[in-house]
Design a protein around this ligand. Sequence first.
Ligand code: HEC
Length: 211
Amino acid sequence: MRVPFQLWPLALVLSLSACQQSSAPVAAAAVESPPSPFKLTASVQEIMQAMVDPSADAVWDSVGTTISAKGIEDRQPRTDEEWKTARLQTITLIEATNLLMMENRHIVPAGGKMADEGAQGVLTTTEAQHQLDSQHQLFVQFATALNQTGVQMLKAIDAKDTAAMMEVGTDMDEVCESCHVKFWYPNQIFPKAPEGFGSDAKPNAAAGKTQ
Ligand code: HEC
């Protein structure tokens, strides 16, 4: 369409406003992020019970040495099926850390209680929920550390390197413990371990580092 000279400014205004109109929804979308599609069902406690603890236990148990009356038994995955099981347990553990990182989780299910609540040093449910909400970034850091050890475990499994699996398993245990002493039982007094036992100081040392 040919616009007569004297109508140009009007045409310009019209086309500008048309342009603004069409870009408006895009700009609005960039400002307001769409509602999250995530549906939170589980509490932190249930993620521990359903995913983190069983998968970590399965991986820890898959390698090691048992000494009994029958002799020494070296445990390790041997068949393809056993390697695959160890791998999938580790996958569950790694992905569970993403669930832990999500915001606005309850610490325990509605009406539930912290594990060992009432025992010396254990946070009450209200205290633990407050700790989780107010120090969420720290909680995410521990979950990230667990994610990283999970990824290292996966590499060790894929390389069928049982020595590395044992080593990463020890690191993983320390990560579990360091989150627990911050968000579950921060005031626990650890009994002095017998001479030569040597691991009683770890949880406190780990807690000290992260404060
Ligand atoms: C990011 C923090 C965090 C990490 C990492 C973590 N946990 Fe937990 N875990 C918690 C909190 C908080 C609780 C307390 C909730 C409760 O009362 O169960 C808990 C509770 C537990 C419980 C008690 C469950 C119950 O109620 O009976 C077990 C078992 C457990 N964790 C195992 C593990 C293991 C094993 C690992 C490492 C492989 C681990 N957790 C890593 C935060 C963590």
